[in-house]
Structures are given as C-alpha cells and as structure tokens.
Design a protein around this ligand. Structure first.
Ligand SMILES: Cc1ncc(COP(=O)(O)O)c(C=O)c1O
Length: 361
C-alpha cells in the first residue's frame, strides 16, 4: 500500500451526483457571474463561520489584497505578516501600496504569537495578517489586544475551531481560498472574504467589481475578481460535509499519535484550546532528510512546503534582507508534511509511522 499526501478524490465520490446536478442547474440558468449561487453561498459560508457577510472573489490571493484595501490599508502603511506561510500571504500586500513587514512564528504551532507580532510593530503598522497555518488557529484576540486590526488568512483553516469561535469571525476580516486541495476546495479557483463589518464588506464588494456598484460609474480602481456561479454551486454541495471532513482530519491526527509518531518526530501543537482541522499534517525533525528518504523509499507522499521562507525569497529582498527570524528558520529547516485527508485510515497512519520508524533505527 502506498499513501498519498492528499486524498481529495475519495470524500467527493458520494457527492458527485449532487455536484453534477448543481452544475446542470447553473448551466440551465445561463447565469454564470454574480448570480443566486454566489449570493447563497456567501450567506451560507459567512453563517458557517459566524460572520455577518461573505464576499466571493476569484481566489485567496485576491481576497487578501481586496480585504486589506477594504480595511483602508494603502500606500505608506505597513502590514505585519509571518514569513513562514504560503507566499501569497505576503505577495498580496504590495499591490495595495503597503509594505510587508515580516514577523516570526512559534515553531511548535507554526503560527504567529502576540510576542512575535509585537516585535514587528512600528507607528506605521496598520494591520496584521494572522495566518491560521496548516489549520491551526492563530491567537487573534491576543494580537488585537496590541491595538492593531487583524486580517485572518484562513485559507488553510476551514473546519477548524477555537474557544473564541471559528476562523473567519475572529478578526476585522478573514480571507479564504477554495483551491481544490483546500479543506473546502472547489473545481478551479475561488476565494472569499468574511467579515462582520458592514463597511468592509461593502468596500470589498465594490473592489471585486472594478470599483463600481453599477458598472457605469467607477469610484475606485478595483479588480475583476469574482467567485463564479459554477464554483459557488459546487461549494454549496460540499459545505454541509465540511464538519464531518474536519472530524476525519482530526481523527487522522489521532491515528498518527496512537501509532507512536510522537516518538519519531515533533508533532504539530494546537494553539491554546484550538481543534485544528489539519489541512496539512506537518511534523518536524532535526534530521528531516532521513525521514524524507524513508518516506520516498516506501512510496509515501511527503512535502516540505516552505523550505525557503518568504523573507528569503528573491522577490521579497527589499523587505526581507538582514532579518533575523529564528523560529521561522527552524520551522523552514525541519518541517515535513506527511499524508493527511478526511479519510486517512488507521492502517495508513500505521504504515506511514512504520516507514518513519524504519528511518530512525
Ligand atoms: C495560507 C494561504 N494564503 C493564501 C493562499 C492563496 O490562495 P489562492 O491559491 O486561492 O490564491 C493560500 C493557498 O493557496 C494559502 O495556503
């Protein structure tokens, strides 16, 4: 048996008739852009998160740029962002005119903390992007207590919960990606902004539509960035199953623990009280190459997602040069994602752990 890094196929199989019916419904309607499916999904997803409004956009990267602008961020401002995350978390900042300021993470949780954010604050800081990395939940309230607005990058955290509520309703606004491999993934690109701030929602709605309310008058230079009807219809079929899928991801994490993975590598630690719907199950090890070799030899999926953190990427040189982020460097050097999905079985988890055990003996 080989175990893939993801399994996006199996959980969707029981839903395929419903998905096909949803696609046929949209095709029959002839309405493809900003129609009833997008409006309904915006409502349903915002409600799922516990937020007041949802604004569907084309992808999770646009969602960040648009949300920041809707929060009033622009030229001359600084936005604090972790360096250990997917590149888009930071890439989305310069198009607003603001400057990314990289902060460190806690290498045990892979998330920013109030302390790592505090170290990056200046009088020009106008927002912090708290990334709920790998499905863990960043401490949004503690960061807000520093006196800065928080934009949650929740792209990897659909289905996660925390004592303060679900990602998507913890900060001023939150951004989502429905990229196919995400916990809630569509069949193409898609994204969303959730917020309970009516003004932010209204600005985002205008920005995604060329900066216009009516496509006749243009108040701002905006974007053509919409979630489309087909993707929204597909996501509406999936949303009722998200919590069960999240439970499956948590159960997979428990299978790993019971199989003794903690003796072989450092396990990801949930932040205080959080129940992450692990998007990626990321362990760390000081000699991670040995684990990579063993897993490759056994035909088991694995991936180091962020070996080069963003502040060391060429495109970010202007903002990253000379920075010292020790937690980021440690995580970048030692992390490794191993198989995770809502349907990962105990036998599969045991096989992964056996392969890793063989590497350490
Ligand atoms: C943490 C994070 N932020 C932002 C994005 C960007 O989303 P998208 O690929 O939909 O633009 C992703 C996913 O790809 C992500 O994982």
């Amino acid at each position: 048996m080989t175990v893939g890094l993801f399994d996006t196929h199996t959980p969707m199989q029981p839903l395929m008739d419903e998905v096909k019916a949803a696609i046929e419904r949209v095709v029959a309607s002839g309405k493809y852009i900003l129609g009833p499916e997008v409006s309904a999904f915006e409502r349903e997803f915002a409600e799922y998160c516990g937020a007041g409004y949802g604004v569907g956009v084309a992808n999770g990267t646009d969602a960040i740029t648009i949300a920041l602008r809707a929060m009033g961020i622009g030229p001359g401002d600084e936005v604090v962002v972790p360096s250990f995350t997917f590149y888009a978390s930071a890439e989305a900042i310069p198009p607003t005119g603001a400057t990314p300021v990289f902060c460190d993470i806690d290498p045990d949780t892979y998330c920013v903390t109030a302390d790592t954010v505090r170290a990056a604050l200046t009088p020009r800081t106008k927002a912090v992007i708290a990334v709920h990395l790998f499905g863990n939940v960043a401490p949004v309230a503690e960061i807000e207590a520093l006196g800065v607005p928080v934009l949650e990058d929740a792209a990897q955290a659909a289905g996660s919960v925390s004592p303060a509520g679900r990602p998507g309703a913890l900060g001023s606004a939150a951004t989502w990606s429905y990229f196919p491999s995400k916990n809630l993934g569509c069949m193409g690109d898609g994204g969303m902004i959730t917020t309970s701030d009516e003004q932010i929602a209204e600005r985002a709605r205008t920005l995604r539509f060329h900066g216009s309310h009516d496509k006749v008058t243009y108040e701002q230079v905006g974007y053509n960035s919409r979630l489309d009807e087909l993707q929204a219809a597909i996501l509406r079929v999936q949303l009722p199953h998200l919590d069960a899928w999240a439970d499956g991801r948590r159960a997979a994490g428990e299978h790993y623990e019971r199989a003794g993975l903690g003796e072989l590598a450092k396990l990801p630690r949930p932040t205080a009280g959080a129940e992450p719907a692990w998007h990626l199950y990321v362990v760390s090890h000081s000699e991670v190459e040995r684990l990579e070799g063993a897993l490759a030899g056994a035909g088991i999926g694995h991936k180091a997602y962020y070996r080069t953190p963003i502040h060391r990427q060429a495109a970010m040189r202007a903002w990253g040069e000379g920075l010292s982020l020790p937690g980021t460097d440690e995580a970048a050097r030692t992390h490794l994602a191993i198989p995770m999905s809502p349907v990962l079985t105990r036998a599969q988890a045991e096989e992964v752990v056996a392969a890793m055990r063989a590497a350490s003996t």
